[in-house]
Design a protein around this ligand. Sequence first.
Ligand code: AKG
Length: 293
Amino acid sequence: MNEEEKYLFDLRGYLVVEDVLSPRQLADANAALDHHGLWEGENKLDYRLLKQYNPYIANAGPLHTTPRPVRSLIGHDRVLPYLEEILGSDLRYDEGQVLYARKGAGALILHNGNTPWEYPPLSYQVRDGRIYGGHLIAAFCLTDALAEHGGFAVVPGSHKSAFDLPDAFQSWEKTGDWVTRVPVRAGSVVLFADTATHGSWPWAADFERRVVFCRYTAGMVQHTSPAPVPEDLPDGDWTPVERRLLRPPFAWHFQQDADGYAERQRTSVRSAEGWVMTDHSGQIIPRADDGTE
Ligand SMILES: O=C(O)CCC(=O)C(=O)O
């Protein structure tokens, strides 16, 4: 994340990263999502979880059990550096799904915000010049969503708001310039802090809207249950980075076996050698050598 991106992300709670997907990646991902049958009441792509609020919008997943190349977005190398910077390099993938919407899909209520401060490990914080995003969402836009089409809605700055979102704003009963449209071209990613108040504008375009949502947390945090693991898709052909991203949450791992006691720290997605034994002897208070115990 360069200086300008960091400034904007901190200021607004979201950032648009353009042209993340190559034309090939975009075409392949869209081809894999065609012929889903959802508008005809079918589930031709065999999604295991389907959340269909109404006949015009569906959330399908879980993402990590879908076929490639859609599932490959979880560890996309253009997005990982942003995630690592904000969540730490031991981050984990927490949950994800494909959003399909067609004309007629109404607004999704505005939700979340810094207040009430319900989940400290998931909240947005800045300490010593570093952003700690808590719960970060990468929305891979597989179709355009320009201002006239609708799509992602956000209240910029609300990831730091000190007061509750008023009910009439949440329900869209009252709207105004506090809620923003975020026009995006297909292939871009909207990266946003889950604590930023967000929702959807009604979908007004004649073409189908498609977004792949990948949600991440710091390595010791879990937002959604059950935690996704590689075993959910035994023939998943997971890459080493994906396996690390799909590791259940923890910070430290204690183990006693024939080789003795080992204490391991969660490793970064960049560690080629796998788990690394961390020497914590510095934490043990040495015995005084004056004869006293
Ligand atoms: O339509 C969007 O992009 C936002 C969807 C959303 O708010 C959500 O999935 O929680």
